[in-house]
Design a protein around this ligand. Sequence first.
Ligand SMILES: Nc1ncnc2c1ncn2[C@@H]1O[C@H](COP(=O)(O)OP(=O)(O)O)[C@@H](O)[C@H]1O
Ligand SMILES: [Mg+2]
Length: 371
Amino acid sequence: MNPFLLNNYLGPDYFCDRQEETEILLKNIHNLSNTAVFSQRRIGKTALMKHVFYLLKKTQSTIYLDIFPTSSLKEFTDYLATAIYKEFPIHKSIGRKFWEHIKLLRPVLKINALSGEPELTLDISQTEQIEKSLPQLFSFLDQQEKKVVIAIDEFQQILLYPEKNVEALLRTIIQNLHNISFIFLGSDSRLMIEIFNSTKRPFYGSTNFMTLKKIPKGEYVSFIKNSFHAVGVKMDEKIPEMILSLTCGHTYYTQRLCHEIYADQITLIREKEVKETLYKLVQQNEAVYFQYRNLLTKTQWKTLKAVTSEEMVYKPYSQEFIKKHDLGSTSTLKRNLEALVDKAIIYHNLSVEEPYYEVEDKFLMRWLQNE
Ligand SMILES: Nc1ncnc2c1ncn2[C@@H]1O[C@H](COP(=O)(O)OP(=O)(O)O)[C@@H](O)[C@H]1O
Ligand SMILES: [Mg+2]
């Protein structure tokens, strides 16, 4: 089996490090205090969550919902009901109790044709109905013997719901629970900070924060070595470092490159094999990268190339950077950078002591550098 996973969590053997973060989350959950976790996309929030849930499985009920696909409070409510249903399926006695508990909301159970997963929808539509039903769902969990932990992934999505006062509603419900801890995860740090760290908003001061950074290099080097070793793949001494330097230590791109090397049945990894595999991955995405070029303005593209060539840009508004890459006036550059950050092509990494700009997609970065 390929030891480098891309989408799923299959246990600690395939999971690299995150010991400190795991401990902190376990401690917070144990103390029923809530945590907001944010980081760049694809650094490993969801995987960390699944890891923590895996460790908790025997002692707690764990409810996970990814609300990225939802666009209203009604859908949020359905997603929550579905997540509870999955944790307490109907053939268990708690499952039957849950079904009884929500009977008046006339739940309809469907099986998603594509994923094969169950989906509950509740027969509620008026905002007032939803505002009453949501507390009911949570209060069911609150009454269980075992402690409950709920992870809500891509939480910033609630800001896009058309209903008013969603934050205040959720905050009030959560405040009155005694048996449930929450973990809110989000990739859009700007929006997440807005929710949790702005003094005027309901969630202010209610949660612990965790910023998930890149996995430390030493840990990742050992993980790559051991994982390949465990499946009988040999490599030159410096290969893990080389891989990490090509991917800038970004979790997804590192996993992807290693996954591909293993999938290609390479039994001895040398520099040549790493480069060829990276080249292949970049080629596969080329059509998408050409699209980017068509969608961006000329000066946005130029700005992207400038960031690419420096890899990490600490001082974009320095005369040196602007002159070297001919990026126009400071205000033009500012606009272009903001547009690229908005489109999630460039990432403004604020979670380090000295913030910097970098290209999100490390394969795009390598492709641009090679152009
Ligand atoms: N600690 C880890 N060890 C190994 N693979 C990981 C780890 N964290 C994340 N991954 C992998 O990296 C990719 C991105 O992780 P994910 O959790 O989906 O990121 P996020 O939720 O931050 O967007 C996934 O393919 C996941 O399997
Ligand atoms: Mg995620």
